[in-house]
Write a new protein. Structure first.
Length: 300
């Protein structure tokens, strides 16, 4: 049995329908027997590996498609829209998810010599915060061995941290190594930008002042704008708008009749502006979208 087949077998044994949090810290598995409609969420630093089926994740209009044997890396909190593009009862989507914890990556980097993040010619670059790549056999093997510890709880306490470290090493030395290393480097631009992103997430309904965010990230306004856009593909204002609209959509799922209230709650003073920007992002007016979401949520 090859690495991908073993991974499929392990996920199948331990996943219920939907996302299942396992007994291993930071580890979840996903099983879905049907395709889903696009839904938005703010995703924290994460590794997602597909064993079967296909997922699509969109950031600011750019779509990342990944299938069996491929992984998605998210290195900073981002407002993403994702859906399961290919799954069925006979061949459900099967996926492994690992929370990427900065302290674990930092510990690994302290004992290694991280590669330079400067391209030949001396051009300083900030890696994008989201990427898709093929998983190496070594990475798939390590993930499979981590999941086998769910069958041996007595071994997990002694072995899980070591295997997680191996997974992180495969990522750090793999095609998206620069992106992953940035998560663990305390002085990296990504870490500084993360402070500003966390402020926006916690204050999405407040007026955004770029000068204050640049100070929080210890950058000049010009440098902050440039690096923020390189990482997120958006300006800070666009980023805040997407956070607001994702939050509004979640509120409307719970209370589809209060469109005006949802807009005010996330920081819009004008109901017409809220409806206009909501429709531009999600393709339909907020009231109609909320009803469609609720209908989809109760389907078997």
């Amino acid at each position: 049995m090859d690495e991908l087949a073993r991974l499929k077998e392990s996920i199948t044994r331990h996943a219920g329908e939907g996302v299942t949090r396992t007994a291993l810290p930071g580890v979840s598995v996903l099983r879905a027997a049907r395709a889903t409609m696009p839904l938005g969420d703010v995703v924290e630093p994460t590794l997602g590996v597909i064993a079967q089926g296909v997922k699509q994740t969109t950031l600011n209009g750019r779509t990342f498609t990944y299938g069996p044997g491929q992984f998605l890396i998210v290195s900073v909190e981002l407002p993403l829209v994702g859906h399961i593009a290919q799954a069925s009862a006979d061949e459900p989507l099967l996926a492994f998810v690992l929370e990427l914890r900065p302290d674990r990556i930092a510990s690994l980097l302290l004992e290694t010599a991280p590669a330079a993040t400067v391209r030949p010619g001396g051009v300083d670059t900030t890696p994008a915060a989201i990427a898709v790549s093929d998983a190496s056999p070594a990475l798939l093997d390590a993930i499979g061995r981590l999941l086998t510890l769910l069958d041996a709880p007595a071994d997990a306490d002694a072995l899980a941290a070591g295997i997680e470290r191996e997974i992180l090493w495969r990522l750090v030395t793999g095609p998206q190594g620069a992106t992953v290393r940035q998560i663990g480097l305390a002085d990296s631009r990504l870490t500084h930008l993360a402070r500003a992103i966390q402020w926006i997430r916690g204050h999405y309904d407040k007026t955004l002042r770029v000068e204050e965010l640049a100070t929080l990230a210890t950058m000049s306004v010009t440098s902050f704008h440039r690096h923020f856009r390189a990482v997120t593909s958006m300006t800070p204002i666009q980023f805040q708008k997407q956070i607001r609209l994702h939050e509004a959509r979640a509120r409307l799922l719970a209370d589809p009749g209060d469109v005006t209230g949802a807009g005010f709650a996330v920081g819009y003073d004008s109901p017409s502006q809220f409806s206009r920007e909501y429709r531009r992002m999600f393709g339909v007016p907020p009231s109609r979208d909320a009803l469609a979401l609720r209908k989809a949520a109760v389907l078997p």
